[in-house]
Design a protein around this ligand. Structure first.
Ligand SMILES: *Cc1c(COP(=O)(O)O)cnc(C)c1O
Length: 394
């Protein structure tokens, strides 16, 4: 077993050797600017267009509907601001969910300052969006629905096809932040009536700083980065050829391995969930049991502070993430955990573990033992826990 147990694959992933190898020639050998006319640049241009096709194939889209961006956050910003600005004459109302990634939520807050109105639709206790609430919130002036495909904290997979059908019925554009789902579950943009979709390279064993936006042909959107004529005039900037090649290779690799990988991850995930729920008292699994990303586990441990848990797991060589936003300098518990109805003190004691296809049963066993030890230790120091135990004994 390696000294480092990396269980934070929702935060970022390791670049796959096949991806690294595919990217390599585009640094030193074929470094031409994909937009130049001489034959040497043709190698770069071809590589970019081949990658575009790989992405399009994965999504059931056309290559000219794929735009390369600087990552998931940029794609999310572009989708929201681009539609807000291009449709402002039609209306200024946007619908999203309460459990989106900050790339969506903070962009919505920015748009609110510019006079847009945002409706944040709630989720049930498993983190699944309330479809009736979503449909009821559609108005004359609604220009966009943006709901994530799968949640990055609790792994809940949304009823994307149903949302797409509602959007289509009411003739409202539909964007989905698919950063956590892309490469992990099958996605077909036509079947789900998706007009726009964001994905990111570094969440799928690809490089960091590269993403895509799928934009259905015919959808009018303002460009987000102004400058050169790259990406059909919609996203300026010299192509990140190695990054784009890496994104394409990572997509195809994820597609080829998906079935085998899902089976393996689901098995380990469910084993981890069962062991922790069985062996650590006063513990709750957050998120839907079934409609869940294959590699996501999220627990709340009562009487525990998530940050202390993370630090103590780190001392045992385990990289994990807490459900709270403390790491980002705020003491507020995660908006996702609050949205599924957890009280503050329980939301604070949360732990997210996200597996990769390289995670082993041995690593999971070691992690379960570490969690047991650390949780017991932290509880033994908690006055709240002491009170609780005393009360329960009486
Ligand atoms: C990671 C993530 C993003 C941001 O993607 P970057 O490429 O890191 O900018 C957006 N949305 C979700 C759901 C994510 O998990």
């Amino acid at each position: 077993m390696s000294e480092l147990i990396y269980l934070d694959n929702a935060a970022t992933t390791k670049v796959a050797p096949e991806v690294y190898e595919a990217m390599n020639p585009y640094f030193e050998e074929y470094y031409g600017n994909a937009a130049s006319v001489y034959r040497f640049a043709g190698e770069s241009k071809k590589a970019v267009e081949d990658a575009r096709k790989e992405v399009a194939d994965f999504l059931g889209a056309k290559p000219n509907e794929i735009y390369f961006t600087g990552g998931g956050s940029e794609s999310d910003n572009w989708a929201l601001k681009g539609i807000a600005f291009s449709q402002r004459k039609k209306g200024k109302h946007i619908i999203t969910s309460a459990i989106e990634h900050h790339a969506i939520l903070h962009t919505c807050e920015y748009l609110e300052k510019l006079g847009y109105e945002i409706t944040y639709v709630g989720v049930d206790e498993n983190g699944i969006i309330k479809l009736d609430e979503l449909e009821k919130s559609i108005r004359e002036d609604t220009i966009l629905i943006s709901v994530m495909f799968a949640n990055n904290e609790i792994g809940s997979i949304q009823p994307i096809k149903e949302i797409g059908e509602i959007a289509k019925k009411h003739k409202v554009l539909f964007h989905t932040d698919a950063v956590q789902a892309y490469g992990h579950v099958p996605i077909n943009v036509d079947e789900c009536h998706i007009d726009m979709l964001s994905a990111s390279g570094h969440k799928i064993n690809g490089p960091k700083g590269i993403g895509i936006m799928y934009l259905r042909n015919g959808v009018q959107i303002e460009s987000f980065v102004h400058g050169g004529a790259q990406e059909r005039g919609k996203r300026a900037g010299t192509h990140n050829t190695p990054g784009i090649v890496g994104f394409g290779r990572a997509t195809t690799l994820a597609k080829e391995k998906m079935e085998e990988r899902t089976k393996k991850e689901v098995e380990l995930r469910d084993y981890l969930i069962k062991r922790v729920l069985d062996e650590v008292p006063y513990t709750k699994l957050n998120g839907d049991k079934v409609k869940r990303l294959p590699n996501n586990v999220n627990f709340s441990f009562r009487f525990i502070e998530g940050e202390s848990l993370l630090i103590m797991l780190d001392q045992k060589g385990i990289c994990a993430s807490s459900g709270s936003a403390c790491t980002s300098g705020s003491l507020d518990p995660s908006h996702v955990l609050l949205a599924i109805g957890l009280p503050h003190e329980i939301a604070h004691g949360s732990l997210r573990l996200t597996l990769s296809d390289e995670t082993t049963k041995e690593e999971i066993d070691y992690t379960v033992e570490a969690i047991k030890t650390v949780v017991e230790r932290l509880r033994s120091m908690s006055p709240l826990y002491e009170d609780f135990v005393k009360k329960n004994k009486q």
